[in-house]
Design a protein around this ligand. Structure first.
Ligand code: 5AD
Length: 348
């Protein structure tokens, strides 16, 4: 197989065979990835010009009933410092965010039954009532279909639920038996059927992941057709069962971003906090590999450090919503423009 031919085929047809994807993932050389990134940038520009969208991320609880082996806020981590924001605190984060220019708010948290379905629903409707020009995204894990429907009825526009891995055997190595691969995938299809703009995604370099797993992730995404795909490197968390596994790399994460951009040309693709954590210019490099979204933190400064999904998460200022100016300068320095828009998906 010839790498450049495969990159051109992907650019034109937006799909490859599984073997072709895994060949690209394992065999792409430095000069070839530069060509791939260029094509990914061209594709992004075709639909989104040089615009980069921002999302105000409100991490409102780090309590979680699940015990995912990779995650720092898993229920079994007795060292995690747990916190919850009140509804008033969440609303004041949104107020601050609106003032700063955010037009999308992402309410993200662990699966925490402290907040009832109605609590979350009223938060969504209150934010939509106060800021009708904004989109509200929920990211609170696996739920019953009726719960997703209820929140959609309250005005939620989008939902983020990373599939984590499209390979069942791999999923079972990352999660305890209480979590089911089939249920997670089912949730994503429900969310799409209900009408949400849906975000799926996965970690790069997670323990036991192979190139075939990553190829399956791309094929799964092609089938699901999500509006967003969140991709970041796996970063070991010191108190987790995966503490001694190596982190995912910058290079492999950038490669996967570019492959997703060419596979799903219109997709919204964040340059994630995890990417910014493993490299000081990670998010800019992500944009240069086809990403077009950034998600600065709007949570109150005191709790930001506690929401530690992985070690050394950047949370000292640069990544925060209050430093939007410096983020905006960084984005401009690579030829893009951070815009104050809802930033809906260009293809649907
Ligand atoms: N490294 C990188 N990403 C992680 N996540 C959870 N734990 C880690 C980790 N150790 C990601 C998961 C989850 C999202 C909220 O954060 O993919 O879906």
């Amino acid at each position: 197989m010839d790498t450049i031919n495969l990159i051109e085929k992907l650019e034109q047809t937006h799909i490859l065979e599984k073997e072709e994807y895994s060949y690209l993932i394992t065999s792409c050389k430095k000069e070839e990835t530069e060509i791939l990134f260029q094509k990914a940038r061209d594709m992004q520009k075709k639909y989104y010009k040089n615009e980069v969208y921002s999302r105000g991320l409100i991490e409102f609880t780090d309590y979680c009933k699940n015990n995912c082996f990779y995650c720092g806020i898993r229920s079994g981590n007795t060292k995690a410092e747990r916190y919850r924001l009140s509804c008033e605190e969440i609303l004041s984060c949104a107020e601050e965010g609106y003032r700063l220019g955010f037009r999308t708010f992402v309410l993200q948290g662990g699966e925490d039954s402290f907040y009832s379905t109605e609590d979350i629903g009223s938060l969504v409707s209150e934010i939509k009532k106060r800021y009708p020009d904004c989109a509200v995204t929920l990211s609170v894990g696996e739920q019953e279909r009726e719960v997703y429907e209820y929140w959609y009825g309250c005005g939620a526009d989008r939902y983020l639920l990373r599939h984590e891995t499209a390979t069942k055997e791999h999923y079972e190595k990352l999660h305890p038996p209480a979590l089911s691969f089939e249920h997670r995938i089912q949730c994503l299809y429900w969310l799409k059927e209900i009408g949400y703009q849906v975000g799926a995604g996965f970690m790069v370099g997670s323990p036991y992941q192979t190139a075939e797993c990553l190829a399956d992730d791309l094929l799964f995404l092609k089938k699901l057709m999500p509006h967003m795909v969140g991709i970041g490197p796996f970063i070991a968390q010191k108190d987790s069962p995966f503490a001694s596994f190596p982190n995912g790399t910058l290079e492999e994460t950038l490669l996967m971003l570019a492959l997703v951009r060419l596979t799903l040309p219109h997709v919204l693709l964040p340059a994630t906090t995890a990417l910014g954590t493993i490299h000081p210019d990670g998010r800019e490099l992500g944009i240069l590999a086809g990403a077009n979204v950034v998600m600065p933190n709007l949570s109150p400064a005191e709790v930001r450090k506690k929401y530690q999904l992985y070690d050394n998460k950047i949370c000292t200022g640069e990544e925060s919503a209050q430093c939007l100016d410096s983020l905006s300068k960084r984005v401009s320095s690579i030829g893009y423009q951070l815009v104050s828009k809802r930033g809906d998906c260009a293809g649907f």
